[in-house]
Write a new protein. Structure first.
Length: 227
């Protein structure tokens, strides 16, 4: 799924965002990446999404090397990833259904298939009663659930959620984490970044990675014992 060997990331301004590290994330795993702002979580996500290339070492996602000269292949790889960004990037003035269906364009689905799948996943995130509502009429938490439905409706092999608990109270934050984890299966991994370590201490993840100053300072499996 994801492998890194002696991988590092240094930005053009000289900032060493990620110090050399090795990493292996397998199919069907829930992975929490914790750490304060500036610890390297976002830089790691940029590598996963192919938005940045390693400065040294190697980084592979879904069997695709993340490196210069592979733009076309990386774009194809991204069709198998369901990203959930902090800013959501929904289209105001369009309905919940439209926003979810739009993510399936160019993937070979018929209009009927898109509507059926979108309706199913909108129900999965608990918004079937808001199907035809425009997203600008929704609360922040409801917009987040639309973004989740949009990410998972394509049945990606990898779901990546960046700080999904940031603007939620503790109870709703736990519910969103549980919702995201529910999409993990034998073929799909879920990666969640958060600075709210206290929220994930008792979550049944396969892997926990704690980051600090561009370094992984803790790695352990929760469900499968210490690693």
């Amino acid at each position: 799924m994801i492998t890194a060997n002696a991988c590092s990331l240094q930005y053009k301004d000289g900032t060493l965002a990620l110090k050399p590290f090795d990493l292996a994330i397998n199919k069907g795993e829930v992975v929490f990446i914790t750490g304060p702002s500036g610890s390297g979580k976002t830089s790691l996500l940029k590598l996963i999404l192919g938005m940045e290339f390693p400065t040294s070492g190697s980084f592979t996602v879904l069997n695709q090397p993340i490196k210069a000269g592979c733009d076309r292949e990386i774009r194809q790889m991204r069709t198998q990833i369901g990203p959930i960004f902090q800013e959501f990037r929904l289209l105001d003035g369009r309905s919940v259904l439209d926003n979810v269906m739009l993510s399936m364009r160019f993937l070979g689905y018929s209009q009927t298939q898109m509507r059926e799948l979108a309706t199913h996943y909108i129900d999965r995130v608990g918004l079937s009663h808001k199907l035809e509502h425009t997203v600008d009429r929704l609360s922040w938490g409801e917009c987040q659930r639309v973004a989740i439905a949009r990410a998972v409706v394509r049945k990606p092999k990898l779901i990546v959620a960046d700080e999904p608990t940031g603007n939620l109270d503790q109870e709703n934050a736990k519910n969103v984490l549980a919702l995201l984890m529910s999409f993990c299966d034998d073929e799909t991994s879920v990666i969640i970044t958060t600075h709210a370590t206290h929220l994930v201490d008792h979550m049944d993840a396969h892997v926990r990675l704690k980051m600090q100053n561009g370094t992984f300072v803790l790695e352990r499996g929760l469900s499968h014992g210490e690693r």
